[in-house]
Every structure is written in C-alpha cells, then in structure tokens.
Write a protein that binds this ligand. Sequence first.
Ligand code: SF4
Length: 355
Amino acid sequence: MSSSTRVDVAIQGIRLLDAPVARRSGAGPSDDGHVLLDGVGAAIPLNPRSPYSVRGGKLLLDGADTGLGVEAVARPRFYDLTTADGVGYDKIARLHSANVLATTVVQTCARYDVDERCRFCAIEESLRQGSTIAVKQPAQLAEVAKAAVELDGVTQMVMTTGTSRGRDRGATHLARCVRAVREAVPDLPIQVQCEPPGDLASIQELYDAGARSIGIHVESLDDAARLRWMPGKGSVPMSEYRAAWAEAVRVFGWNQVSTYILVGLGEDPDELVAGCEELIAMGVYPFVVPYRPLDGTLAKDVDGIPAPPHADVYRVTSRVAALLRRAGMTGADQAAGCASCGACSALGACGEESA
Ligand code: SF4
C-alpha cells in the first residue's frame, strides 16, 4: 500500500455506509469505521464528503480504482450478549480493528471541566449518549474478555481510563481490572494507558497485576501546545512524564512503553521529530497519529480546527517511521496496545514495520 495513500485516507476518511465496527465519541480517536485495508487493520474516519469510497471490496479515489482492497470488520458476536444484571457487553468493551478488545475503565475525567479539558477529547460524550457505562467493574471486564476471546478470537486487550482525582490518577482501578481479566483469560496480553501516576510505584503494580505493555500518553512534547490544547493535563510537567516513561521502561522493558504524539497541534515538525528521537532512545515508542476534529470536542465544536494537511502528516510520520526502523523498534513487538494494533497510525504503512 502506498504510504501516502494510507496517510491521505487517515485524514480524508472514507465514504462508507456500513461499518459494523465503528466508534462514536469516547476516549482517544473515534468517529471512525474499522476496516482491513489490503488486509491490514485500519481505523478510518467515516466522512460522507471524502473522495474515497468503496465498491466491490475496492478502494476508489474520485471513482477510480486505487488497487487497494477494503473489507469492513464484521460485527463481533460478543456484542449480542448481556451481563446477568442486564448490561450489554458492548457497553463494557468494544472491538477495535479486527482483534483488539478495548475499554475505558472509568469513562469520566477529573479534567473534563471546560477550562481544563483536552480540546481533542470526547471521553464523556459516549457516556452522555448512553452507549457505555461510567465505571466498568473488574468482574464485568473479565466476563466480556472471556467471551470476546472465545467467540471472536480477540488476541489482545487495551484498557484506558479517564483521570481520577486521586493521587494514582486512575492506576489503582486499572490494576484491579487487569488482575480480574488475567484470572479469567490468563493468556490475553493487556496494555494499560494512564497519565503518569503520582506515585511511580503504581507502574510496578500495573505490571504485577498482569499488564505487559503501557501507554503513558503525552500527545505533544511542546509546552506551549500542551497548555493550549490540554490546559489541565498540560500542567503536569514534562519532568513527570520523563520520570514515568523511564520507570515504565525499567519495569515493562524496552519497547513495551508507548506514547501518543498527535500531529497537527501546531508543534514545529523538526522539534516534534527530534522529540520522538529522544523517546526512541529511552525505549519509548512514539505512536504518531494525525489530530482529527471529532464531534463533541472543543477543538471541533468551538474552535473549528481542521485536520492537518496531508503533506505535513506524511512528512512527520515518514521521518518517525525511519527513526523507528533505524532503532529496530516495531509496534508488532509490543505485547499489546495501540502500537501493536497500529490501526490509528500510518507508521506501519510508512515503513516502520520493515525494521
Ligand atoms: S490503535 Fe489503539 S485506539 Fe486505534 S484501533 Fe488500535 S487499539 Fe484502538
């Protein structure tokens, strides 16, 4: 697949009427449909105005065949089940791409007041719409994970969380959830995602609970961009992130730690790439993803900030992919998580995986 096309599709999206596996709002990237693009999992924005469309399993650009195959990920069978107390399994965890089970264990965030909220985030929107529940209990997650593995062949799990007001910033509940899932499905690799916990010992607790990869997501390495886009989270000093990444690499190992880096927050591209190079040198995988204007976010609904130009995303993603390649660092080597899944990034298409 041409890496430029993959980046372009990631930004312009696809006109796709029927995407059985899709996300609306919530934490992280959303408003997308999950497809296999030439057999590779991809989470692509659903955009009725996109020049890309699908006919007969082929990706078309302005009606012309691009030569790429597209297959929608089928609705998983576990979505049709409910817990004994009547909660739909699909409100507890969702299928991402073709084989990742993903959940937001706490769907609220202590930083969701308008003057603190990350401007690209819609974590509480899916809760407001009734498509999820606020707090997922460990036993519920264990039940859903077992079903997703047995019925749908899920091979890994991602657990993220809204930030709590406690000193642990949500890590303690995450650890309980990991432990319960691992007891029910001992072989399922799990990635956890959280802010740098106030007490770095929480990182060891997450590992001891059974998580095997961790994402500590900074989104931008530029302090001005961080404060502009993330007034609450951006107030956590970069020194806390660096300490948490270093401890996570010590505990989880080289290339079992990752961080999201969003392209399109106004950061200087050379500085962004240099920052990614430092992360790689620490053993941290920079998961480079284009910023997307999502419904329910302040960035789209209030600021009207568009997606970044294709060429900018392509240049940055290709340069970071080359650095990863040089370091021998591949997402596929992570036990679980976004770098391992890769559906939200074009790093794989830009050559990261050929290390
Ligand atoms: S990259 Fe992460 S957020 Fe995106 S589909 Fe995969 S697991 Fe989900």
